[in-house]
Ligand binder design. Structure first.
Ligand code: BGC
Length: 747
């Protein structure tokens, strides 16, 4: 540290203290620094470099040289960050101006303590709990050299074929916005310099979650009104929560790729929303503007992106290779370069890296905090809250711990923890190990794999999975033999982690045919079957919903997955998760989401000429907000404090909920509102509030929601955010299907 101070003093850069975070102080530090930088050095700051490779000496030497030359502003996803972050800063300290590198990474689901995949966590509706998960993630990663996470991913999506729904916040902008803000606050804390936090990066700006036909990297055409009313809301919430950086998306927005979209990056983000932080491209997304067909040359791509308001180029190196000539030819002004370089330096300043480039390398804190008991406890709690009970006929669950259980399926005894994006995860127990240990001395657990992940060879090859050496028939036969000896069958089925996430779109999201076949065979044995579903997206499990006795959806739950699942099966807690994405019954329904508009001929049974499918029901398999409990809750009718709402006033809507079952439980009480007549069409209902309550068996509680005029506003075609007087319906219930309704008028 002393050495560093003397270096900085020698270069006559005043070192900021921790307290110097105000804009004026930051300006007073960065502006003189910028004025000392050559054009090359400024452009160097805009290069966001991946690919540090510990095992390749020649590529390391080239990388080292670039850092020394001041040609690397930031580095990300480095292997062994606890060692290499320091190595990189050491090299940066050998550059002319000793500007530290900013080290980022895709820390999306926890660092070593792994939480449920982001979509799964949203099923808890526990916004504070999600904030805590990101705070723990920041605490662990920020002790290992990583100052910046490429999270949260907050793309609203209504298409489960898109693999990246697993990383997102589900389909609803209201809930999604609360989660976006909470995750930003969790990562960043109130002050980066508390050394337990990291800079967040909301992604992928914007509308990346709406790809045509669910196919990753494709675009869509969407009206500005729908953008404002639905898709932009989560990003705006993250900006309002103070997110430090923004990643542009791969797709285009109204024909212009996000990474070169001036309306998006400058007019909307910076001018309209007042965002003052760092804007980065996604992986080679500047280069990919050539594939979009909006630029012909590398230089044109760099110019379009820089002039649109981009700060950092991830991987393409188009800024690095083209900006100097573009400035010289007048196609990009040096002012733009200064703006971008300022943003990069400001991020480093705010993170305290000028004061101490090694501040995020803290082995002592890592030893104390990483995988601490407190972190693991939270991981278990949030994993349990994320589980959704989809079906439970005849109270099959919780299981009575007697007799013999047949545990069957390709995910029951996996060696692979299957945590998306969680490359640091160490192996935790699988469901077989956990169930055997919890049932020791009480009941007998038998196991058979029963089926491969899939018999679709193309799919297996694309997800890098190998089939069992035994034939599909042999696997099935073994499972039947095992199941015959059991009193109850627990089948753990679903999709492999490689089938969700980036570049993992699926056209057919039913349970893989071979897994379904196995379930059909097991069904013939006439034994009770519990299906445990592992998935990163809503799956089409229509046959299963009809034919299984109980279904729990457990997604990918991270370090504590097995414990959470077995605790659910054995009733050590009572599931309370609710779906944040609609489950279709058939892929032909997609996109299917609760807040849809009515058609001109709403569906009517017995009337052919109404909006429906002839061959299937229009209703989703499981609606948004759906989730059962081991107990049951009874809702009273909705009562309103008044029949009219005047401008600035408020009315309250209340219901009394009774736990009329035999278990204590938690319920997520949901408030929806419908604007009955608007100047433009309004959705059939929209989530406007929710409360998670805890009720002992037999107990009741009254829950009230305040309704104000502000909650009734929407974007009209002039993009004004206004309410309109008239009639509104209020629904309060257990899911988005609720018919528990009252009405009021806005005057
Ligand atoms: C993904 C981003 C990710 C980046 C860096 C891209 O392919 O879209 O979400 O942050 O890679 O790994």
């Amino acid at each position: 540290m002393k050495k560093l101070l003397s270096i900085l003093v020698a270069c006559s850069i005043a070192v900021p203290t921790m307290a110097q975070t105000s804009n004026a102080k930051m300006d007073a530090f960065i502006k003189p620094l910028l004025s000392k930088m050559t054009l090359d050095e400024k452009i160097g700051q805009l290069n966001l470099q991946g690919g540090w490779d510990d095992s390749n000496e020649s590529s390391k030497a080239a990388y080292t040289q670039k850092v020394k030359n001041g040609q690397v502003g930031g580095s990300f996803n480095i292997p062994n960050p606890e060692k290499n972050a320091k190595v990189l800063q050491d090299i940066a300290m050998q550059s002319r101006l000793k500007i530290p590198v900013i080290i980022g990474g895709d820390v999306v689901q926890g660092y070593k303590t792994i939480f449920p995949i982001p979509l799964a966590e949203t099923m808890s509706w526990d916004v504070e709990g999600m904030q805590r998960s990101t705070a723990i993630t920041a605490n662990e990663a920020s002790s290992q050299g990583i100052a910046w996470t490429f999270a949260p991913m907050i793309d609203i999506s209504r298409d489960p074929r898109w693999g990246r729904v697993s990383e997102g916040v589900g389909e609803d902008p209201y809930l999604g916005s609360l989660i976006a803000a909470a995750r930003v606050k969790g990562f960043q804390g109130t002050d980066y310099l508390k050394n337990q936090n990291m800079m967040a990066c909301m992604k992928h700006f914007a509308m990346y979650g709406a790809p045509e036909a669910g196919k990753d990297y494709t675009g869509m055409d969407m009206s500005k009104r729908i953008m404002y009313d639905v898709y932009l809301k989560t990003y705006k919430a993250a900006v309002d929560a103070g997110v430090g950086s923004v990643m542009s998306s791969f797709n285009d927005v109204q024909g212009v790729p996000s990474s070169g979209n001036k309306w998006l990056l400058s007019d909307l983000l910076r001018k309209q929303w007042g965002f003052k932080g760092l804007v980065i491209s996604d992986y080679t997304s500047i280069e990919e503007m050539k594939n979009h067909g909006v630029v012909a040359t590398d230089a044109d791509a760099a110019a379009l992106s820089m002039n649109a308001g981009m700060d950092m180029d991830m991987i393409s190196e188009f800024f690095q290779k083209n900006l100097k000539q573009l400035v010289q030819s007048g196609k990009v002004s040096e002012k733009e370069i200064d703006r971008a370089a300022y943003d990069v330096l400001a991020a480093k300043y705010k993170l305290g890296l000028f004061e101490n480039p090694y501040r995020y390398c803290d082995a002592q804190r890592a030893a104390k905090d990483i995988l601490s008991e407190e972190h693991l406890q939270h991981a278990l709690r949030i994993a349990q809250e994320s589980i959704v009970l989809l079906k439970n006929n005849n109270h099959l669950l919780p299981l009575r711990p007697t007799g013999t259980v047949a545990l069957i399926g390709p995910f029951a005894k996996t060696e692979d923890v299957q945590n998306i994006g969680a490359t640091n995860a160490s192996r935790s127990p699988n469901i077989y190990e956990e169930l055997t240990s919890q049932l020791k001395g009480k009941s007998n657990v038998l196991y058979a794999k029963g089926a491969n992940i899939s018999e679709n060879d193309m799919l297996m090859e694309r997800i890098y999975q190998k089939k069992d050496v035994r034939s599909a028939e042999a696997l099935k036969a073994e499972a039947i033999t095992v199941a015959k000896q059991a009193d109850v069958i627990v089948a753990v089925m679903g999709e492999h982690g490689g089938m969700t996430g980036e570049a993992a779109s699926m056209a057919d999201i039913q349970l893989q045919e071979n897994q379904r076949d196995l379930l059909k065979e097991l069904r013939k044995l006439n034994k009770p079957i519990v299906l445990v579903v592992k998935n990163g997206r809503p799956l089409i499990i229509d046959w299963e919903a009809e034919n299984m006795d109980a279904i729990i959806d457990c997604w990918y739950l991270g370090t504590k997955e097995a414990e959470a699942v077995v605790n659910a099966l054995l009733g050590k807690f009572n599931p309370s998760g609710k779906l944040t994405m609609t489950f279709p019954r058939n892929a032909g329904q997609i996109p299917v989401y609760y807040a849809h508009n009515n058609s001109s001929r709403p569906e009517q049974e017995g009337n052919k000429y109404t909006s429906k499918y002839l061959d299937i029901s229009s209703a989703p398999l499981y609606p948004f907000g759906y989730g059962l409990s081991y107990t049951s809750f009874e809702y009273s009718p909705v009562t309103l404090s008044a029949a009219t709402l005047n401008g600035t006033g408020k009315i309250t809507a209340s219901v009394t909920i009774k736990n009329n079952g035999t278990y204590d439980g938690e319920e997520i009480v949901q408030l929806y509102i419908q604007d009955v007549v608007g100047s433009i069409k309004r959705p059939v209902k929209e989530l406007k509030g929710f409360k998670k309550i805890s009720l002992n068996a037999g107990a009741s509680q009254t829950v009230t929601f305040a309704i104000t005029e502000e909650m009734l506003r929407f974007y009209n075609n002039q993009l004004q955010f206004k309410s309109e007087p008239g009639k509104f319906n209020v629904f309060i219930g257990t899911d988005s299907n609720t018919k528990n309704i009252a009405e009021f008028e806005l005057k």
